[in-house]
Write a protein that binds this ligand. Structure first.
Ligand code: FES
Length: 640
């Protein structure tokens, strides 16, 4: 097959591509952005480009006026390449994905700019092996050409060839694919690769490419948290995780919790701003992942996204306002599978996006994905999944029943809203010990590099060690003492964990930070406690507690109990599972059986509304102490 050079202006980026590729596909390979809201179906008219030089062929479209035709304007998605080209992309075809300047608060842009590579937790949390059947599959076909005694149409011939390899249910495809089909089949000598995507119970013929591209098929598992966004690039053929990156959710510029985001979405242009902020984060990480691993964006064919209900509404640009109005009903718990480009996610423009089904306004697909990945839904005895995040979610149950609630914990355990907080990435202090005599802290950082801040697991250790060494009392007040490690700051006393001589700048914890962390741990503990009491149980009869959250690969469970974040039960019952939402999303990306199971889980979970439960506030107030005002609940801590 012939190859041609395509140069895009004003970027001045060139790429060499096979003849017959569309201009849109060449732009993606070159890393140049062209709007493609309809995913290349030729119906949105957003992908207009000017062909300055070279030979192309296109399909008729009512979206191009006669005037535009005379100016050599084409729709990039339905125009194929037949020679070396120079293409100009007008500003109107690149505006959609760009976050308007001023959308993000100054300063925060800098903070949010870099994403970072992380190692996903290697613990296999679910023993059940879901069969390999990814959201999008590639099949290489060598199709017998038509003969006088075999005159079925080209499309039926293609379907027949697909079904001879695998019996996909209900095959369907769009008009854009059909229009170009006859030419493509003949030019490629009847050798093509089809990408088949799942759309609920049907299979869509998403993409038809000349020759054999079946060895390259990638997908993305995404977890959109209120504070942190994680993206995992997965090889859909080998199921191998290629890379995982995370960054802060840029929406935090508009408020740290889901309620403040919903309020912002109701302002003029607010919904658009929030939508752009999150898609900007995602596209940035996706670009970093694919360039780092030398992958063509065209070979990324699908995305599976988990997130709380508000995050999914904002990603899909759905008005979330009824989530916070009585009786707290979301627009959709199970949005349909769509083209990723419709949500502004840049992968192959015809690639698919599916979201993990949610349960209710405050218990979303992230909780469902967590239950799926840790296997709570098939436990014989009663278990609990505690997902410690800004919007903390707790699910309790077993194979018979599941009940869930949400607690607004704030972002402190995700390293946000606290003086020296940071994500669980390279340079984050993840464990701490304090010498009770000198008050010097010894610590361990992720990646064993110079410390830059403290992540959630580091804060859990730090609080526990400050209690043990007497730096802090049980109410969270720092004891003045006469150590150079404790000083008076702008908002009360603060404890210096690592002085600036060692870290470049002081890494410290203030009383205001302690207060934030105390409120977060009280919200999580009291929500779990109320849920257990709601079904007339107690912690001691629970067989397993899965603890999830963005803590990196380390969490000191003993210390989590010591500060009263987790209940005081036998240690072997506590299982740290890392980011269970991302792990569940990946399972669904790779298996339709997992997808089906997630839908069953979402239907099975009963939502328990904590805000109307009078016991909750009482429990919360009682938990605003380390570990708790009722010491009988923490016998091992008392004994220690
Ligand atoms: Fe080309 Fe929509 S018309 S992407």
């Amino acid at each position: 097959m012939k190859k041609f050079k395509v140069t895009f202006y004003p970027d001045k980026k060139s790429v060499e591509v096979d003849e017959e590729k569309t201009i849109l596909s060449a732009a993606i390979s070159a890393g140049v952005h062209i709007d493609s809201v309809c995913g290349g179906d030729g119906v949105c008219g957003r992908c207009k480009v000017i062909v300055r030089r070279g030979e192309v062929s296109t399909q008729p479209s009512g979206l191009i006026t006669n005037e535009e035709r005379k100016k050599n304007i084409y729709l990039a998605c339905i125009t194929t390449i037949h020679g070396d080209l120079e293409i100009e992309i007008p500003a109107s075809s690149r505006a959609h994905f760009e976050v308007p300047s001023g959308v993000l608060n100054k300063g925060l842009e800098e903070v949010y700019a870099p994403s970072e590579e992380i190692e996903p937790l290697s613990v296999a949390v679910d023993e059940e092996i879901f069969s390999h059947s990814p959201l999008a599959t590639k099949l290489y076909l060598e199709i017998p050409p038509p003969e006088l005694d075999d005159k079925v149409s080209d499309l039926d011939r293609l379907y027949r060839a697909i079904k001879s390899k695998k019996n996909f249910p209900l095959l369907q495809t769009g008009l854009t694919n059909i229009r170009g089909l006859s030419e493509l089949l003949r030019r490629s000598n009847w050798k093509v690769t089809v990408t088949l995507g799942k759309r609920n119970d049907a299979t869509e013929l998403v993409l038809i490419e000349p020759q054999d591209t079946s060895a390259k098929n990638f997908g993305l598992a995404i977890d959109i948290g209120t504070t942190t966004v994680s993206v995992q690039l997965v090889d859909l053929i080998s199921d191998r995780i290629i890379g995982t990156r995370l960054t802060y959710n840029k929406q935090a510029s508009f408020g740290s919790d889901v309620i403040s985001r919903i309020i912002h979405a109701q302002k003029d242009n607010g919904l658009e701003e929030l939508h752009l902020a999150v898609t900007e984060c995602l596209n940035q990480i996706i670009e970093e992942l694919i360039s780092e691993h030398n992958i063509d964006l065209n070979d990324v064919t699908c995305v599976l996204c988990a997130g709380n209900t508000t995050m999914i509404h904002l990603l899909l640009r759905i008005d979330p306002s009824y989530i916070r109005r009585q009786p707290y009903v979301p627009t959709a718990n199970l949005p349909p599978t769509i083209r990723a480009s419709e949500a502004g996610i840049r992968i192959n423009p015809r690639g698919l996006l599916s979201c993990v089904p949610g349960v209710a306004s405050y218990v979303g697909g992230d909780a469902v994905a967590g239950v799926l990945s840790c296997g709570l839904y098939k436990e014989e005895d009663l278990g609990i999944l505690i997902d410690i995040g800004t919007n903390g979610e707790i699910v309790l149950g077993n194979k018979e029943f599941l009940v869930a609630c949400a607690a607004s914990a704030g972002p402190a355990f995700e390293g946000s809203g606290v003086s020296s907080g940071m994500r669980a990435t390279s340079g984050a202090i993840q464990s701490v010990k304090i010498d009770p005599k000198t008050l010097r802290a010894s610590f361990n950082t992720i990646g064993n590099v110079k410390p830059s801040g403290i992540c959630g697991s580091g804060y859990i250790d730090l609080l526990a060690e400050m209690l043990r060494s007497g730096v802090m009392d049980k109410s969270g007040k720092i004891n003045a003492g006469n150590s150079s490690r404790i000083r008076k700051g702008a908002s009360g006393l603060e404890f210096i964990v690592v002085p600036k001589e060692e870290a470049g700048e002081d890494i410290l914890i203030t009383e205001a930070d302690i207060d934030n962390l105390k409120r977060a741990k009280a919200a999580i503990y009291s929500a779990t406690s109320v849920l257990v009491k709601y079904i007339n149980f107690d912690f001691l009869r629970v067989s397993k507690i899965f603890i999830a959250g963005g803590f990196g690969n380390f969490l000191n469970l003993e210390n989590a109990i010591f500060i009263g974040l987790l209940p005081d039960i036998e240690r072997e019952k506590l299982i740290f599972v890392g980011n269970s939402s991302l792990a569940g999303g990946r399972l669904m990306l790779l298996s339709s059986a997992a997808m089906k199971r997630a839908r069953e889980i979402a239907r099975k979970i009963t939502y328990f509304e904590l805000s109307v439960e009078p016991r909750y506030m009482e429990e919360y107030m009682a938990a605003l102490f380390f570990p708790h005002t009722d010491f009988k609940l923490f016998p091992s801590v008392k004994a220690g």
